[in-house]
Design a protein around this ligand. Structure first.
Ligand code: SAM
Length: 338
């Protein structure tokens, strides 16, 4: 089969694969998971290393995927994560491999992940305030995350990016402290608007802190100079300046107030091998069934192409938006792969 791009009805081409390796998470962030989780996927339903590599190979060699980001659940809860990275890198050395993690356990694994072939890491951290961190994650363990961040920088998994979801009345009074921490440690902070996905079904627009509000807050301490946009990257980037010196960089991702679906270049596979063309898709294609049912690479590639061709215009539907007619997907964020 010749090289075929994952192009959809609107001319968008997917080159960025979000590959989930587990649905298990060791935190219970209030905007993502319930306090008590109703069971995880049985291990037999989760893609094994060989299956992950096979899908990654089809995606890159046949369908034009250029970047793979491992996600979950919490990828570091998977004991063979370093081996997964090593296998992917060995099979596809030309592909950029990144990881999204909550940082727990990263201090121990950062060096090994780098050696195995990981290029970059995003660490989710909504606050550097101990009390607020425990309140959001329902667990605590902030020190471990901060150690993980430093270890990632030391291992050269750079630029280390920090993902923060600001929520009104919860962590919005600590955003400047988080910016300062990232400036001091040389990490790039990304503020992501909270989306209507995840366990709580009571998402309300009023609770999200908009990208615009965040920038206004950061501007009280730093001068923001916009960095020209690059490709399909959803973040608007700003260099931070103070007293004539560049201190660092932040990004704002306005997924709700300024959606970027028109330039979306993502394709997603859940830990149990279900292909989704959009985070908010209502439909999935069972690639694991094809893999385990003996399908050849071409059949799998054709199923992938068909699913992506039908990618909805925006936010899981052709109507788009998060208005009255928006339907939240049944699958929680941890089971899709954020
Ligand atoms: N466990 C890993 C982590 O914490 O980064 C990977 C999975 S987590 C679902 C990926 C990202 O999704 C995290 O940065 C998290 O903050 C973000 N996230 C979860 N629920 C969200 C929501 N409702 N809106 C926006 N971002 C969300």
């Amino acid at each position: 089969m010749s090289h075929l791009p994952l192009v959809d009805r609107f001319g968008r081409v997917a080159t960025d694969l979000r590959l989930s390796v587990t649905d298990v998470c060791n935190l219970r962030c209030t905007y993502c998971l319930p306090e008590v989780v109703d069971g995880w996927l049985p291990r037999a339903e989760v893609l094994d290393r060989e299956e992950l590599v096979r899908l990654a190979r089809i995606g890159t060699r046949t369908l034009g995927i250029e970047k793979i980001r491992l996600t979950g659940g919490e990828p570091l809860t998977r004991p063979d994560l370093v081996e997964i990275v090593a296998d992917l890198h060995r099979a596809l050395p030309e592909v950029e491999l990144a990881l999204t993690t909550n940082g727990l356990g990263l201090a121990r694994k950062a060096g090994a992940l780098r050696e195995a072939g990981l290029s970059r890491v995003n660490v989710s951290l909504d606050t550097v305030d101990r009390h607020t961190y425990a309140q959001i994650t329902r667990r605590g363990r902030l020190d471990e995350v901060l150690e993980g961040l430093s270890a990632a920088v030391a291992a050269g998994l750079t630029p280390v990016k920090v993902n923060c979801v600001p929520t009104r009345g919860i962590n919005d009074d600590g955003l400047l402290d988080l910016v300062d921490h990232c400036v001091e440690t040389g990490c790039e902070l990304r503020f992501i608007e909270q989306m209507p996905i995840g366990a709580p079904r009571d998402w309300a627009r009023e609770n999200l802190v908009t990208a615009q509000e965040v920038r206004a807050q950061v501007a009280t301490r730093y001068e923001l100079r916009e960095v020209p946009a690059r490709g399909a990257a959803p973040a608007e980037l700003f260099d931070l300046w103070r007293d004539g010196e560049q201190m660092g960089r932040i990004g704002t991702i306005a997924s709700v107030t300024e959606p970027f679906c028109g330039s979306c270049d993502r394709t997603r596979i859940s830990a149990d091998g279900q292909l989704r063309s959009c985070l908010f898709s209502q439909d999935e294609t069972d690639l694991r069934g094809l893999l385990r049912g003996g399908a050849d690479d071409e059949q799998i590639a054709r199923a992938w192409l068909g699913t992506m061709a039908a990618k909805p215009r925006a936010h899981g539907s052709d109507a788009g938006g998060f208005g009255e007619d928006f339907v939240q997907p049944e699958r929680p964020m941890n089971a899709i792969g954020g």
